[in-house]
Ligand binder design. Structure first.
Ligand SMILES: Cc1cc2nc3c(=O)[nH]c(=O)nc-3n(C[C@H](O)[C@H](O)[C@H](O)COP(=O)(O)OP(=O)(O)OC[C@H]3O[C@@H](n4cnc5c(N)ncnc54)[C@H](O)[C@@H]3O)c2cc1C
Length: 457
């Protein structure tokens, strides 16, 4: 089969590139290959009853399938160049923001209408943060919520499905450069396209590395973020989350001068497991529907580790730390803040007797046996700093889940059009190392679609 464009991966990057290609030219022949299942067939076996923790399915329903890693996420679309990726370094700040707003318009037209757009503009919280050496980053945040995010994906699928070929449960094995384009070899056959958009996300990072190796595309990797997910009563952060929903706050520790930041805030949300290539880490999300709200808010505290030569395997470093928590706890470990600072392991009794009800069934344990001291010290310092703007953060019963790891895909060498050195082969979204978020990944898809229609079709 011959196509004008083959898209690898049906995450936000792949979906929005398909959407824009078809919008600009409905005659374009497009195929999309996806390792995971269609949206309605994506079911994680963890039911909290018979299956309580991750059983390591061959293809993870949370990370793979239509909607990609974002399908069951909180659906927070951050419209900002300050975090979520470095797309603006490739395409320019204004262009990046315009595309993120354009994606927001598409989401609103496809089921997201009525959801709230939060903003840090003119907030007094910024001053409150600065008074305590905490730094609030500027952003607008559209919170779709897990439920509305699903509806938007359903609607986008209905827009696309009859206008292109979508192959689920069809992982792409290799991509070969041939005369006039590319042969894309999948588990179920071989296909040709003049242009290929690879949008394989974090779960496809190892595969992307192999493709870069085979096609001699330069790449580099030197960063990983390691930390914990904090869970506390929603009231403690309510003054921030009611106004901003998500606040990205940075703090430089006094002890080591390391940067610690809040990440992925979920008011009234739940803490969840995340499985990346068989390693169980922690994440969180929350629902737009008030009937699904919990009494807790969760967010991550992360410390970025940048490595210099000769070390090259930053993700391997993060994986090793996560593996340690999996070895000790059989998955994610949970510890009360009070136990951590007193050097005690949390146990089931102490968790049950506390005033907090955990939303994830994790193994009580001791995070100091897992996390490097420098990182853990930074997290403790940040918790005390946050306690000044949100008193109660450093309460004994505040729960810390570990390990949360943000793996950064290696940075694929691409030009300002997000194209590799091979004409017509684009690498976008989280799989490129350029984006780390729904909004940036989606925007990169739209950008490349426009470039292809204007220059290569
Ligand atoms: C639990 C969770 C919550 C999150 N919450 C948020 C949030 O609220 N806001 C935010 O901005 N970001 C969030 N993120 C991150 C966000 O989901 C990602 O940044 C975004 O999905 C990246 O989009 P992408 O298209 O680049 O990749 P992905 O969404 O990862 O999609 C890649 C797709 O490619 C497929 N694939 C991989 N390899 C192959 C192959 N060889 N052949 C065929 N298909 C392949 C995968 O199965 C996957 O479906 C969250 C992530 C998780 C896991």
């Amino acid at each position: 089969m011959k196509y004008d464009v083959i898209i690898i991966g049906a995450g936000p990057g792949g979906i929005y590139s398909a959407y824009e290609l078809l919008k600009l030219n409905s005659d374009i022949k497009i195929a999309m290959f996806e390792t995971g299942k269609s949206l309605e067939k994506r079911k994680c076996p963890i039911d909290g009853d018979k299956v309580k923790s991750c059983i390591g399915c061959k293809t993870c329903a949370i990370m793979n399938g239509f909607g990609g890693a974002g399908a069951f996420s909180d659906g927070k679309y951050n419209i900002t160049n300050h975090f979520g990726g470095t797309l603006c370094e490739y395409i320019g700040k204004q262009k990046a923001l315009d595309l993120m707003k354009y994606v927001d318009d598409i989401n609103m037209a496809n089921g997201g209408e009525g959801t709230k757009l939060y903003s840090t503009a003119n907030t007094k919280i910024k001053t409150l943060c600065l008074e305590h050496d905490l730094h609030l980053l500027d952003a607008q945040v559209r919170h779709l919520g897990t439920d509305k995010n699903y509806v938007v994906l359903e609607n986008l699928y209905n827009v696309l499905k009859d206008k292109m070929d979508i192959f689920f449960e069809t992982p792409v094995k290799t991509v070969k450069v041939v005369d006039g384009g590319y042969n894309v070899i999948t588990a179920k056959g071989e296909y040709f396209a003049k242009n290929v958009i690879s949008s394989v996300g974090r779960s496809g990072s190892k595969w992307m590395e192999e493709v870069c190796h085979d096609l001699d595309i330069p790449k580099s990797s030197n960063r990983v973020d390691i930390g914990v997910r904090v869970e506390l009563p929603a009231e403690i952060f309510a003054h921030l989350t009611d106004e901003l929903y998500e606040s990205k706050i940075k703090f430089r520790t006094q002890k080591f001068q390391d940067m610690v930041r809040t990440f992925c805030m979920n008011p009234h949300g739940v803490v969840v497991n995340e499985n990346t290539n068989g390693i169980v880490t922690v994440n969180g999300h929350s629902y737009e529907d008030p009937s699904k709200h919990t009494g807790n808010t969760n967010f991550a505290l992360l410390v970025s580790k940048h490595f210099s030569e000769p070390f090259k395997d930053s993700n391997g470093y993060g994986e090793s730390i996560a593996r340690l928590s999996n070895m000790l706890g059989g998955g994610v470990i949970v510890q009360r803040f009070g136990d951590l600072v007193r050097g005690k392991r949390s146990n089931q009794n102490r968790i049950e007797e506390s005033f907090m009800t955990p939303t994830l069934n994790a193994t009580p344990g001791d995070l100091s046996l897992v996390m490097p001291k420098r990182i853990l010290d930074g997290i403790i310092e940040m918790i005390y700093a946050l306690d000044k703007i949100a008193p109660g953060t450093a309460n004994d019963d505040t729960l810390l889940y570990g390990v949360e790891v943000k793996f950064y895909n290696m940075q694929v060498e691409i030009d300002n059009n997000l194209m590799t050195k091979h004409k017509g082969l684009f690498v976008i979204g989280d799989g490129s190392g350029v984006t780390h978020s729904l909004s940036h990944a989606s925007a990169s898809g739209v950008y490349v679609a426009r470039y292809i229609v204007e220059n290569l079709i």
